[in-house]
Design a protein around this ligand. Structure first.
Ligand code: UGA
Length: 435
């Protein structure tokens, strides 16, 4: 099928590349000329496992192209996907101005019988609003607006796209739904479950899914606090509850709180939607509040360890909001590090991918290209991101470099016994501090 992707950001680009991989003819349009020039030169604007290779393969095969020429991108397409940003508005609601603007800009160039589909995370009722915007411009045109939310995790977006748990198609018209079913046929043939529903339900599914996942994380973090108080072990508790199929084992990893470009924004938008429709969501309001306090709690635990240090120095390993991404948006590190600095702590940091993005937002941090250099002279090292390379840290070398041997594993990725064998005091999440 001939697909146009409006917006070559994270969602638009990964989705466009994967659709091309499935055999569709995809053109990605963006108003950012520099971005398009870079894409046309073969470079991706962010790090994502496998994306660069898949992109160049599909460009070479003639199935994928990039343009800043919107009329060219939009005309004669069977499907136009809108994948522009929906940032947080002033009152927590999703700011839909980019979506509305995209609708206004595509309207004059759309061919008859096009299916417009919203990939951006949008509030309930947006598909209807987009339909009205296009109809205002092109009253006589026959077209449909549908909702097709994505469930891609940064770092494993390509895998998630090609092996989804489900495909959600929100359409208020049979022909439009069939067009999207045709698009996903290669996946549906492999028995991927299909949820076919109206546009408003599809829009809500996306928010409710992210809100529920954030709730799971918030819950396990609160249980971790309780484990710390009773000297229990959150790893055992999480495993013990996660094996119950009704609960499930994923998203029960405790840590410094959720971050990223989705959960913080989407939970707030979910709460704002609830308020707007007189159906408050106090559970998720509590999750948001607990997540903010969580980062402060981590920072306070670090400060407690530094009480006797003159000119305290902390090494932070990992500033990305999670592993396998260079994204630092809403990362716990962006809250924990400034909090420490305000209390007079010198912060040295290392991140394998996200240092450049981190340095833009945390200019007063000393950045290093190697975790051991970063550890030089530190009173404490805190692992904030679960990068694989930190699982195999050379603890002997760390011990030699640091002034005091204190390691705070905020992702529970190291074996406590091994850490203390190397002479460290070991702090983690939801377990007793050793020794
Ligand atoms: C999330 C969802 O998982 C995707 O399904 C969704 O499509 C995406 O948002 C989106 O709305 O676009 P993402 O933000 O990329 O994906 O990353 P996650 O892997 O979900 O992690 C989010 C945050 O939760 C990270 O800070 C991570 O460290 C934290 N987390 C995750 C935990 O603290 N514990 C866990 O057990 C899992």
């Amino acid at each position: 099928m001939r697909v146009s992707m409006i917006g070559a950001g994270y969602v638009g680009l990964t989705t466009g590349v994967c659709l091309a991989e499935m055999g569709h003819e995809v053109i990605c349009a963006d108003i950012d000329r520099d971005r398009i020039a870079h894409l046309n030169a073969g470079s991706t604007p962010f790090m994502e496992n496998g994306l660069a290779e898949m992109m160049s393969r599909n460009v070479a095969a003639g199935r994928l192209a990039f343009t800043d020429n919107l009329p060219e991108a939009v005309a004669n397409r069977e499907i136009i996907m809108i994948a522009v940003g929906t940032p947080k508005g002033a009152a927590g609601e999703a700011d839909l101005s980019f979506v509305r603007e995209a609708a206004r800009r595509i309207a004059p160039h759309m061919s008859p019988k096009t299916v417009v589909t919203l990939k951006s995370t949008v509030v309930v009722g947006t598909a209807r609003e987009v339909r009205e915007i296009i109809a205002e411009e092109r009253g006589a045109l026959d077209f449909w607006v549908t909702s097709n939310p994505e469930f891609l995790r940064e770092g494993s977006a390509i895998h998630d796209f090609l092996h989804p748990d489900r495909i959600v198609i929100g359409a208020d018209d049979r022909d439009a739904a069939d067009r999207l079913i045709e698009l996903y046929k290669p996946l549906l043939r492999r028995d991927v479950p299909l949820v076919e529903t109206g546009t408003e339900n599809a829009e809500l599914i996306k928010y409710a899914a992210n809100a529920f996942l954030a709730l799971k994380i918030g819950f396990i973090n609160d249980v971790a606090d309780l484990c710390e108080s009773i000297e229990g072990d959150i790893q055992a508790v999480a495993r013990g509850i996660g094996l119950d199929k009704r609960i499930g084992p994923s998203f029960l990893a405790p840590g410094p709180g959720y971050g990223g470009s989705c959960f913080p924004k989407d939970t707030e938008a979910f709460v704002a939607t609830g308020r707007a429709h007189y159906a408050p969501q106090p559970l998720i309001e509590a999750v948001i509040d607990r997540n903010a306090k969580r980062r402060r709690r981590i920072a306070e635990r670090i400060l407690d360890e530094l009480q006797t240090a003159r000119r305290p120095t902390v090494t932070v390993l990992g500033v990305a909001f999670k592993a396998d991404t260079d994204d630092v948006r809403e990362s716990p590190a962006l809250y924990i590090i400034p909090y420490l600095q305000e209390k007079g702590v010198t912060v040295r940091a290392f991140d394998p991918w996200a240092a450049a993005n981190g340095a833009k937002l945390l200019p007063d941090v000393e950045w290093y290209n190697d975790p051991y250099e970063a550890a030089e002279g530190a009173h404490l090292t805190a692992i904030l991101t679960e990068w694989n390379m930190f699982r195999t840290l050379d603890l002997k070398l760390m011990a030699e470099r640091m002034r005091k041997r204190v390691l705070f594993d905020c992702r529970n990725i190291l074996d406590p016994e091994t850490v203390i064998e190397h002479g460290f005091r070991h702090l983690s999440i939801g377990r007793a501090t050793l020794p």
